[in-house]
Structure formats: C-alpha cells, structure tokens
Design a protein around this ligand. Structure first.
Ligand code: SF4
Length: 639
C-alpha cells in the first residue's frame, strides 16, 4: 500500500452484525484518489440502480483521504457518501473537525456500512477494536446532546459523529454532525445513517501515518505557514470566518432574501458578521491542522427562550436562515442554527425549506389551519420553532416538508414549484444566480443538485462580467474539476480560496505523502472521471436524458430582481438554454446532456459506457468528435 494510507478497509453489515477488516484496494485508491472519488466509485459499483436510498441495499461510506491527518493546511476532512434520498443520485458531503484524522490514526481508510440494523446501534472504533453497540440509551436525542453524552460515557478523546431525531425519522435533508457544529450537511447523508439505525460513530485512534518524505513535507508545510501568516485575508477570516461574506453578498446583490424573491436585504446590519462577533461570539474554533479558525462558537440569548450555543452561523446558514427568512436579530439566527443542528437537519436545506413555507404562507397556499393555528411569517422566531417541530415530528403538513422543497411543492401544487428554490431536489445554497449567471449554471449542472461548493463562480462572474452568459460553461467546468480535488484529498479548500495556497502545492503535498508523482493535470483528470461517473449514475437511476434534470426553478428566469443594486437584472430562458448547450458541448456531452461512448472511453471508463448504453442514455456521437480540452486548462482571470 502506498504511504499515506492506513491500509485497512472496514466493512460493517448492520443486518447480520458482521464486521470485516480487509486490505484497502490500492489499485482503486490510486485510480480514484480516495475521499469523494472512492465514495463515488463504491456507490456506483455496489448500489443496485433500483435500490431505495433508505433501504438495506444502499451503502453509507465514510472515508478519510490522503491529506486528512497529515498536518497539511486544513487536512481535517472526513467524507460521507451514499445514494442520496434527496436527489436520487450519487450523494456526498464532508465535514471538518477531527473525525477524519482519528479514523486514519485508528488504522482505517474506509468504512463501508451496508444493511439495516434490527435495533438502534452505535459503532465504536477504538484503534483495532471495532464493535457494534446498543444505542437505545441515545436514540431520540439531539445530535449535539448525544455527542455530549457519548463523550461523557466513552471519554473526551473519542471523536464522534451523530445524527439527530431528523435522521432517525428519515427527514430527507438530515445531516451527520460532529465536533458540536461541524456537519456533513448536504444530500441527506444523515437520513441514510438513520435508515441503517446507526445513531453515532465514535472513533479513537493512536497510530501513526507513514509519510513517504517526512522531512520534505515538513518543510513544504512550514513554508506555507510562514508565507500565509501575513496574508491580508488572514485577519478577517480569523475574526469573522465566512460570516464576513454576509455584507459582501448583500452589497453585490446576490443575497437570497425572503426565499430568493430579491437579492438585497434592507436589514443586513442586524444579521451580518459584525453583529455576530459583537453580540453572540463566545470563542473561535478550528479544525485539525488549521490556523484560520473560521469556526465561531456562539450564544443566543432571547427573552422567553432557553439560552443556546451553536457553532456558526457560517455564511450559508447565516444567509439562508437570516435574510432568506427575513430575520431581524442575529440572536434569532444563532437560535435557528442551534435548532437545526440539534435536530440534525442540514441548515442550508433547512433554511430553504422554511423560506419556501413562508412564501407559501404569504401567498395563501398554506394557512394557519395547516399550521396547527400558527402562522409562518417572515422574521418570526416563534413560527420557525413551531414549524420545525411539525417537520421533525412529521405532523400534518410537516410531513410534506420533511421531503424537502421539491417534494413539498409537489404536494402543495398551485404553481409553487416556480419558487421551490432547488435543483435535482437539493435546496439552493446562499447565492442568487440571476445576476451571477455562472453561479446559476453551477447550480443547474452540479451532480448533487444546487450546491455552491461544486463550483463557486461568484467572484469570476463579477470579475468577468455579470451581464453575460458567454464563457460561463468553461469557468464552471474548470471549477467543477478543481474543487473535487479537495474533497478527494479530504482537505479544506478555504486555504486555496482565501490564502492563495495553489492546487499545485496541495498536489505536491499528496506526492510527498504517498510517493506518487502526479501532476495537477493528472489530478484534474481524476476529477473529470468522478464528474462523469456521477452523471452516468444519475441518468441510470433517474431514467431520462440529462437535460431533463438541469433546469432551475422558473423564478430564475421569469422574475427580474425587484430592488436593490441588482434591480431589473436577470437572465432569460433563452440564456439558460444557451448556457446548457455551451456546457454540454464543452464537456463533450450531447445536446441531451448525456456523455458519449467516445468520451467515457477517453476517460478510461468503458464500463460506464456499457452500463449507460444498456440503460438507453448513452450520448450520441458528437460532430467533430469530443473536445480535447474540457475545462482543465481554462483558468479564470479571477484566480
Ligand atoms: Fe475548518 Fe474553517 Fe479551518 Fe477550513 S478554515 S479547516 S473549515 S476551521
């Protein structure tokens, strides 16, 4: 096994309690790089296309990649993946904290859970000792509360991932939590963990990781630390974390406000980073191997409610549970952050779902009768609290919203799908794409639905022209290839975005750890493979041409921005169609958005061409053949 890997894979069958320790498949790891790449391949290979994401045939994969635990910048992430119950395609999400390194230190690269346990359990990994333990004592507890209790019961040196009541009850936007505020939030990984009746995973590891060239790795990291100490972004990041962007997004008219009705919030100073730091901040927090400490541990004090603590809100939660819900007090945003975290709900999708409910209430599509005598008004913390209680307990129409925005819109009807702000079932992140067309295209084409992290183009949109859709496809593809690398290596990408550590420097660290000699271009090829594999997987499961799934809700092109600095701006349906045409052409997909045999074979994925062909969705051969350069050489000016 190459250096840098722990060498062992755990397979845990919850149905029969079997625990197997197997040598990690080196060939597979070499080809897919671990992390998000290996998760995608395992799900593609092992989950039958008609398997229920919440049934026994889905797998839940947990993995720590090459950089996790290796004392490189932000080498802290743990990746979770399974077929998503929210999107019905490949789902994955990662989180920082300390769990990824702990898993590696315990001696495991991968844990693959299958089956369904007959009773609630938690998994205890204590170096070589692996046990499935009874969790009846913890079942029903909030995610944060359960982590507290397990640490009391097992010891502070265990790193623990939990789900809350939301995951136990199969709410489709449930997350997995760790370190009292880090979440693998997107794609419903918490619902999959709950479906397997796993309440928690506790890991303690004390082994070393073998590094190929330790001296050179030490120097490489030391030089980066010295260089970045003086970076101008360091101070604002350490002070505000990502909440810094609340003001920035508002000033630049991309802030989702009242369910993306507009892009500018008139009361932003009441919920921005400055108000968070001055009114609620308790202490700063960092993940393993991080000197940027973007985590803000905060306290919400609200008259008549218990005082609560939460990590955040970081930008996404702050935007989607602040301006997007019309909140006027940062304490209320922190309180919502706490509720969602303890229920074990993704705070991004949670914000989107609540905003959608508020707009439905405003338009009279749901009423006080539906809400057990309550209202659902913009800015009301009491309404939010009651609504979430309905959702987590699946009471009345709470059950509709437990399926996320798309499923709720199907139940409500009456044109509500126009403002159900999701793509492929995944609620949009905290940026409105009407005056940032690259961002809109990112949402449309992301493999896991409308998630910003797949390709965050906002700064490029601003640098290269927000009015034009021209050239957006290349930018999006470039970012869709570069960003997965951080998820495959299991490293935080914020050092790249904020402190200018280059992808080449990360790739160099990977080589120093493993003994490989991969260029950044080789790494980008792995990214392209992952992207195409997930597309094939999605088409095979959802049984239609890709284009069918790549449209945003109609608000994105029917409604121009009504006020603020972006007043009157927006894209047309024609521009949306053109961006899709450009994107498919640049990717080497046909007009229906399907990958062709020539492309898949060029990527060394003949097996995927066979499967996609059998499913009937192999792309038509392209006139002039597939493009030789597919995004990987294109570097936007803003980077
Ligand atoms: Fe964690 Fe933030 Fe540091 Fe990234 S920058 S490793 S998310 S604390």
């Amino acid at each position: 096994m190459a250096d840098g890997f722990a060498g062992t894979t755990l397979r845990i069958n919850l149905s029969n309690g079997e625990i197997k320790k197997l040598p990690t498949d080196e060939k597979l790891m070499r080809e897919w790089y671990g992390g998000r790449g290996i998760v995608a391949k395992i799900c593609y290979d092992e989950v039958p296309r008609d398997a229920d994401p919440l049934g026994p045939l889905n797998v839940l994969v947990m993995t720590s990649g090459i950089l996790s635990g290796a004392f490189t910048p932000g080498g802290s992430k743990v990746e979770f993946g399974s077929v998503s119950p929210l999107t019905n395609g490949q789902g994955d999400s990662n989180m920082g904290g300390h769990l990824g390194p702990a898993l590696k230190f315990a001696g495991f690269d991968l844990v693959i859970f299958s089956g369904i346990s007959p009773k609630p359990v938690y998994i205890c990994i204590d170096d070589d000792k692996v046990e499935i333990r009874d969790a009846s004592k913890y079942w029903g507890m909030g995610s944060l509360d359960c982590e507290h209790l397990l640490k009391q019961d097992l010891g502070e040196d265990f790193e623990i991932a939990t789900i809350g009541p939301s995951g136990e009850r199969g709410i489709l936007f449930s997350c997995i939590s760790h370190d009292f505020g880090r979440q693998a939030g997107r794609t419903g990984q918490g619902a999959v963990m709950g479906s397997k009746k796993i309440k928690a995973i506790a890991v303690r590891g004390n082994k070393a990781i073998k590094v190929h060239n330790l001296e050179a790795l030490y120097k490489h990291t030391y030089d980066i630390i010295q260089r970045t100490k003086e970076h101008p972004n360091m101070e604002p990041w350490q002070k505000y974390g990502t909440s810094f962007f609340i003001r920035w997004s508002n000033d630049n008219a991309v802030m989702p406000t009242r369910n993306f009705q507009t892009t500018w919030y008139e009361d932003v100073e009441k919920v921005d980073g400055e108000s968070l730091v001055t009114k609620c901040l308790v202490t700063h927090k960092a993940c393993f191997g991080c000197w940027m400490n973007c985590g803000k541990y905060s306290k919400a004090v609200i008259e008549g409610k218990k005082t609560v603590f939460a990590e955040g809100p970081e930008y996404e939660t702050g935007a989607l549970c602040g301006p997007n819900l019309g909140m006027h007090d940062i304490n209320h945003v922190v309180y919502i952050n706490y509720l969602l975290d303890n229920y074990g709900m993704d705070s991004m999708s949670g914000g989107g779902v609540m905003a959608f409910a508020m707009e439905c209430f405003e338009k009279g599509l749901i009423t006080e009768k539906d809400l057990e005598g309550h209202t659902m008004k913009w800015g009301s913390i009491d309404d939010v609290e009651h609504f979430l209680d309905m959702v987590v307990n699946r009471r009345g129409i709470g059950d509709w919203f437990a399926g996320g925005t798309r499923k709720a819109a199907e139940k409500i009807g009456k044109g509500s799908e126009k403002f159900a702000m999701q793509v492929k079932g995944q609620e949009m992140s905290g940026y409105d794409g009407r005056w940032a067309p690259g961002m809109l295209l990112s949402y449309m084409t992301a493999d896991i639905g409308a998630h910003h992290n797949r390709s965050w183009t906002i700064t490029v949109d601003m640098a290269e022209g927000r009015e034009t859709t021209e050239g957006r496809a290349k930018i999006v593809i470039y970012l869709q290839h570069i960003r997965p690398l951080f998820d495959t290596w299991c490293s935080c990408r914020l050092f790249w975005g904020e402190l200018d550590i280059t992808p080449e420097e990360y790739a160099e660290a990977v080589n120093l750890i493993t003994g490989w000699d991969d260029s950044i271009d080789q790494a980008l090829k792995v990214s392209e493979k992952i992207w195409n594999l997930n597309r094939c997987h999605y088409l095979e499961r959802n049984k239609a041409n890709g284009r069918t799934f790549d449209y945003p809700p109609a608000r994105s092109w029917e409604d121009k921005i009504p006020n603020g600095p972006g007043k009157g701006k927006g894209v047309s349906l024609e521009q949306v169609e053109t961006m899709l045409d450009d994107y498919y052409r640049e990717r080497g997909w046909d007009k229906n958005g399907n990958p062709s045999r020539a492309l898949l074979e060029d990527l060394g994925m003949g097996f995927a061409a066979e499967n996609l062909g059998k499913a009937g969705f192999l792309g038509k051969p392209l006139e002039g053949g597939i493009p030789k350069v597919r995004g990987e050489k294109y570097k936007p000016k803003a980077f």
